[in-house]
Every structure is written in structure tokens, then in C-alpha cells.
Design a protein around this ligand. Structure first.
Ligand code: KIV
Ligand code: ZN
Length: 509
């Protein structure tokens, strides 16, 4: 038996309160539409009394976004509640969410009100909101630092005034899971009328406990969770929608089948949209939606994954909207992961010795690059496949140049098994290096083409150089790949020379 859990998304209200997360009206509409696709039950679209812009954005969402409850936040005063109604009046299913602080510190220093006055304000606010809408949520701000008996009193009053959802916020992210569950249970057991309303949990992540606290509240009887995409929100953020949803799905054995109506395959697209719009990017190791959430680098893990996915994955990447798991090739990857990726790239039939040699080159590249991409791998394989016996082997090089364009270069090669070195000057480093090589090799070919391109993105990209040498009637192409573009040029030049040396041991004009 599954029991429904209401997902109240506050990305556009509490989430937008993240420093730097301000969204334009159009962007809010785009996010709201995606939230409907994701299947959330309630969208808290904003705080209409906060500014004319907020009111306009909530009003537009109320008018244009259907198939979901649209909610507006209001402090417990007439002006805020009236503004919320003004914004929500054209919503298909409007909800007014009113709140007042209930902790001693907030009542005394922020509100400068007695507990009795706060209870009166709560009653009046809910009653006024009920004159406009039948769906009214009441929150006791800073509930986790409030007196539990006082919470029961104010919640009972709000229910009497017509509240249909009672929200228990851990406003400052202070609670621990056991404590929060205890508080929720206490409120459910001691608040008259609570059986007629939905109990909700709203957690902040100041101690990194928002998801744990929200799940603990669900276990204690809460049937609405207030969450944001990627966990964005005030300070350390709010509970992340994707984490709660996937915990309930993945551990339904533990949570007894209390499930939200979320289309889990939309989690990653929604996360990416919110990242793009707010400019707040999740860390790579963020649960569910981080770039590494389904990436495996360690050799042992890759080997396990190739044998049976469930060895290292508790949910499928597709179930949350990723295309596939990623076996990341890095220096911890073993031969199994490396060979599997070669096969995926279409190099399945390489002889074992070639694969071993490629693997050694790959490991050497890993010491220079953080991540080895498919393009890097293709470059390594292609270079090996196009290799010819090396009459000229590069042992070392150095080059300097200055603003006058003059360059000096030194090159050390193995030529027919003998180490030889030469220096030269030239018009730029490549020119000087190629002249030094020419001295050692003694050829008289002409460089017809020299082409540079970065084959992989990023600072540690590999560069590729291709050259064309004309030696009399014959033309020889060479290609070189290296993280240093100058070295890639030398490799390309030597490949072309080695090819020419295959045909004739001494190239003459
Ligand atoms: O964190 C909080 O207390 C809030 C309330 C307005 C629900 O965001
Ligand atoms: Zn909040």
C-alpha cells in the first residue's frame, strides 16, 4: 500500500532568497512550467508583499501555470494577505501561506510581541486568508526553537481559524533528525483538530541535516514536504527535492511506501534548468543531480559495474533523468574500464599488445590530465594506429623565443639507434626546432602545411598538429598529439619524416 506525500516546492520563493538567485519573471515562468512537468503538487511562487515585481511574478504564474496549486507567502498581517490574494486571484488552485514567528527569541526581539498577541495575530491572519481561499497554510516560524506546548496552542488556533495545512519549519537548520521527529509526533499527538489538516515539514540545511530531518518528519507523520530544486535557499539552503524524493523511492522498503507523485526522470532536467537560470551550480558530488552522482572512476568499481550494475549503483541514472552511468577514465581506472571504453568507441578488435601499449600511454596521460575524455582516447589510439617504424625518435627538446620573433631551439633525437643533438635559430620556436631536426636528419623536404587544433576542451587539453612534407614528387603527412602544442608539432614533423624514411633512407630533392 502506498500513501501519498505532497511535494511543496519553494524554489521560486525560499530558493530565490539564495544570495544571487534572483530570477526574472520569464525565468520564473519557465521554472514553474518545468515544476509542473516534474509533478510537484504545490508551487510557492513568491512573496507578493515583498515587492511589486514579486507580486507581478506570482500573478503571472497564477494566470499562466495550470495543473498545480499556486501559493503565495504572506506575513500575518492584513496588507500581506491582501497582496497575496491580489496575486493569486486568477490561479486555478490558489493557496495563501501565512506565517508568524513562535520562538521566544523571535517574539521578543523581532516581533516585540507577547505570546498571546502572536496567537491572536495568527488567528486573524488565517481567518482573513480563509475569506479569500479555501486552501490556507499556517507556519510557525522558528518552530524548532519554540516551546512545543506553545506550538500546539498556536496550531490549534490556526486550525480553528480555518488553516488546512500546518507547517513546522526548522527555520535556522538547528534540529537533529530524532529531535525533529519527536517534535512532529508531539504536535500530532497534542494539537486539537490536527487530524483534519495536513502536517508539513520545512527544513533548512545549516547543519547539513535538512534531508535527514525532512525524512524523519515524514516517518513521524508529516505528509507534506517543503523543498527546493538542488536545495537552494537562504544561507546553506533548503531541503533538496531530489534527495527526499529518491530516498523515498529507493528505500520504500524502509519508509513504508510513502511516495510523492514526482516524475523522477524529470529530476535532472529540472536541476539543470534551475542551475542555468540561477547561475548556482551544484557541486559534482551532489546526490542525484551532481555530475559525478553516477560516475565511477576506481578500477575496482568499474570492474564491478561492468559485471553487474547493482554492485555500485542503488538507482539507475535513467530513473532520475541521466542518460547513462559514466565510467570516468582517470588514473584509478583499471584495464577493464579502459578496454570497455575502447570497445564502446569502436576499437574492439585491437590486439592485446596494442591495448597494453595504449593503456600505458593512457596512464602516462592521466598523470598530466585530470580527466581523460573520449576525444583524448581517440587521439591516443589514432596516433598509435597511424604509427610507422621510428627511424627518428624524439628524446628531448627545448625552445625559447622573444618579442622580436627570434627563437632558439635544441633537439635530441635517436637516429638509427644513435643519440644525436643539434641547435638552431629560427623565426619562431617551431621554425627553430624544425631546422634543428633538419640538421640531424639531413633531409631536404619542404614543409607544405602545418595545422594546429585543440582536440579536447579545457586548460589541459591535448593539442593536435598535422603537417605535410613535400619531398620531391612525394608527399608525406604526419600527425602528433600532446598536451604541449609545440611537442605535438615536433611529433607530427617526425612522423612525416619517418614515413618518408620508409620509402628511401635518404631523401633527396
Ligand atoms: O524557514 C522558514 O521558516 C520559512 C517560513 C516562511 C515557512 O521559510
Ligand atoms: Zn524557509
Amino acid at each position: 500500500m502506498t500513501e501519498r506525500l505532497i511535494v511543496f516546492d519553494t524554489t521560486l520563493r525560499d530558493g530565490e532568497q539564495s544570495p544571487g538567485a534572483t530570477m526574472t519573471e520569464d525565468e520564473k515562468i519557465e521554472v514553474a512550467r518545468q515544476l509542473v512537468k516534474l509533478g510537484v503538487d504545490v508551487i510557492e511562487a513568491g512573496f507578493p508583499a515583498a515587492s511589486p515585481g514579486d507580486l507581478a511574478a506570482v500573478a503571472r504564474i497564477a494566470r499562466e501555470v495550470k495543473g498545480v496549486v499556486v501559493c503565495g507567502l504572506a506575513r500575518a498581517n492584513d496588507a500581506d494577505i491582501d497582496a497575496a490574494w491580489e496575486a493569486l486571484r486568477f490561479a486555478e488552485s490558489p493557496r495563501i501561506h501565512t506565517f508568524i514567528a513562535t520562538s521566544p527569541i523571535h517574539m521578543e526581539y523581532k516581533l516585540r510581541k507577547t505570546p498571546d498577541e502572536v496567537v491572536e495575530l495568527a488567528y486573524a491572519a488565517v481567518a482573513r486568508a480563509r475569506r479569500y481561499v479555501s486552501d490556507v497554510e499556517f507556519s510557525a516560524e522558528d518552530a524548532t526553537r519554540s516551546d512545543p506546548d506553545f506550538l500546539c496552542r498556536i496550531f490549534a488556533t490556526a486550525i480553528q481559524a480555518g488553516a488546512t495545512t500546518i507547517n513546522i519549519p526548522d527555520t535556522v537548520g538547528y534540529a537533529t533528525p530524532e529531535e525533529f521527529a519527536q517534535l512532529v509526533r508531539f504536535i500530532i499527538e497534542h494539537t486539537p483538530g490536527i487530524e483534519r489538516v495536513v502536517v508539513s515539514a520545512h527544513c533548512h540545511n545549516d547543519l547539513g541535516l535538512a534531508t535527514a530531518n525532512t525524512l524523519a518528519a515524514v516517518q513521524a507523520g508529516a505528509r507534506q514536504v517543503e523543498v527546493t530544486i538542488n536545495g537552494i535557499g537562504e544561507r546553506a539552503g533548503n531541503t533538496a527535492l531530489e534527495e527526499v524524493v529518491m530516498a523515498l523511492h529507493t528505500r520504500r522498503d524502509y519508509y513504508g511506501g510513502i511516495l510523492p507523485r514526482i516524475v523522477t526522470e524529470q529530476l535532472v532536467p529540472t536541476s539543470k534548468l534551475v542551475q542555468r537560470i540561477t547561475g548556482i551550480h551544484v557541486q559534482p558530488n551532489k546526490a542525484i543531480v551532481g555530475a559525478n552522482a553516477f560516475a565511477h572512476e576506481a578500477g575496482i568499481h568499474q570492474d564491478g559495474m561492468l559485471k553487474h550494475r547493482a554492485t555500485y549503483e542503488i538507482m539507475t541514472p535513467q530513473s532520475v533523468g541521466w542518460e547513462a552511468s559514466r565510467l570516468v577514465l582517470g588514473k584509478h581506472s583499471g584495464r577493464a574500464g579502459f578496454t570497455a571504453r575502447l570497445r564502446e568507441l569502436g576499437y574492439g578488435d585491437l590486439p592485446r599488445e596494442r591495448v597494453e601499449e595504449l593503456y600505458q600511454r593512457f596512464i602516462a596521460l592521466c598523470d598530466r590530465k585530470k580527466t581523460v575524455t573520449d576525444a583524448d582516447l581517440i587521439a591516443i589510439v589514432e596516433e598509435q594506429l597511424s604509427q610507422v617504424p621510428e627511424r627518428y625518435q624524439l628524446l628531448g627538446w627545448r625552445a625559447h623565443s622573444g618579442s622580436d620573433g627570434r627563437a632558439e631551439a635544441w633537439v635530441k633525437l635517436k637516429v638509427d639507434g644513435q643519440e644525436r643533438e643539434a641547435s638552431a635559430t629560427g623565426n619562431g620556436q617551431i621554425d627553430a626546432l624544425f631546422k634543428a631536426i633538419d640538421r640531424l636528419v639531413g633531409h631536404q623536404c619542404e614543409l607544405e602545411a602545418f595545422h594546429i587544433e585543440a582536440v579536447t576542451p579545457g586548460e589541459d587539453a591535448q593539442g593536435e598538429v598535422s603537417v605535410r612534407l613535400r619531398c620531391g614528387e612525394a608527399v608525406y603527412n604526419g600527425r602528433g598529439v600532446a598536451t604541449d602544442i609545440i611537442e605535438a608539432g615536433i611529433k607530427a614533423y617526425l612522423m612525416a619524416l619517418n614515413r618518408s624514411a620508409l620509402v628511401t633512407t635518404e631523401v633527396r630533392r
